[in-house]
Design a protein around this ligand. Structure first.
Ligand code: FAD
Length: 294
């Protein structure tokens, strides 16, 4: 099923994100974890794509497995900046052949080597170019794109970032998923600004449950997200107690999701990181809300 059709449903929805295994030996355990997450009956599951190779070969396998064995819609991520047009074309053709309907079209992060290289020598510079290539191969794919309530780290300012986001949507991104954020006001301000800029496609807020203290630094480094004092206090207080930190992190993420639903958002995407227990706890906290009429 196309994600744009799912997002039209008049009910509260929750989707999850998983990542493919980094090595062959991890394949079975990741497959089992993603199937357990699929058993929670999310609206869809997205499967990330390792930009520098490594895990990229498994994205399609995991996305296909979730759909074929669990009958859950999957969204396969694809990045382009560290690849060439021929390889990307082959990946898109393989997705088409496998019956994948939804692609998250991403540029990918710049590796240190790419940062030192001349951008004009890259075959792809922006996700917009990938979207154009996907559409030239098949108009049947439903394409998603990434967006950044706290600005993409390489952008000079939010106005420029939103201008390029509009180009991405005009090129064919039919829905957007946000980078993680820990303060919902940042998301609501962003939503207001992009609507004002004429971006009308559905936007899925991305929520990352922080369930251990070690995740905090990595999450900030990856996303540049602002950590509200309320969240910092929670990590200060419970960071050294794994069980307490997990429970508090799940509660914080649940609270963010409820606030989003309460303020007019129908669908939320959770960065569940191959943790079925965390995904299940959040799902359970929302059991009397998910699926109810909006
Ligand atoms: P783009 O949309 O190309 O934007 C990148 C930067 O270029 C922005 O600053 C933008 O403003 C600017 N820009 C765009 N067009 C132009 C233009 N014409 N001229 C000048 N500047 C321009 N990474 C992975 O490796 N694998 C994944 O599976 C993955 N999944 C993700 C899922 C989500 C929801 C998000 C938010 C991120 C994900 N990422 C993933 C990370 C992503 O690859 C990085 O954030 C990357 O740095 C930017 O990707 P993008 O598609 O947003 O790039």
């Amino acid at each position: 099923m196309k994600i744009t059709d799912i997002l039209k449903r008049d009910e509260y929805g929750l989707s999850f994100e998983v990542f493919p295994p980094k090595t062959d030996s991890r394949y079975d355990s990741v497959k089992t974890a993603t199937e357990k997450i699929a058993d929670l009956k999310p609206t869809f599951i997205s499967v990330t794509y390792g930009a520098g190779g490594g895990t990229s070969q498994y994205t399609l396998d995991i996305a296909k497995n979730i759909r074929d064995r669990k009958n859950i819609t999957s969204l396969a991520h694809l990045t382009c900046v560290s690849s060439d047009r021929e390889t990307v074309k082959a990946k898109i053709e393989a997705m088409k052949k496998a019956g994948i309907e939804n692609i998250m079209a991403l540029r990918g992060d710049l590796t240190p080597e790419l940062m030192e290289s001349d951008p004009s020598e890259r075959e792809y510079r922006y996700a917009t170019e990938l979207i154009e290539d996907i559409k030239s191969i098949s108009s049947d794919f439903c394409i998603g794109g990434a967006c950044y309530p706290e600005i993409h780290p390489e952008s000079e300012n939010q106005r420029e970032d939103i201008k390029h986001l509009k180009e991405k949507v005009d090129a064919g991104a039919e829905f957007l998923t946000t980078q993680m954020f820990f303060d919902n006001n940042l998301f609501f301000n962003f939503l207001y600004k992009i609507r004002e800029a004429g971006i009308t496609v559905p936007v899925l807020p991305g929520i990352m449950p922080i369930t251990n203290a070690n995740q905090v630094d990595r999450a900030i480094k990856l996303s540049g997200s602002f950590m509200p004092q309320r969240f910092k206090s929670l990590v200060d207080r419970f960071g050294n107690d794994p069980d307490a930190m997990k429970q508090a992190g799940i509660a914080y993420a649940t609270d963010q999701i409820i606030d989003l639903y309460a303020n007019g958002i129908r669908n939320v995407h959770v960065y569940s990181m191959n943790k079925p227990d965390v995904a299940a706890a959040i799902r359970s906290n929302l059991s009397d809300i998910i699926g109810k009429a909006f």
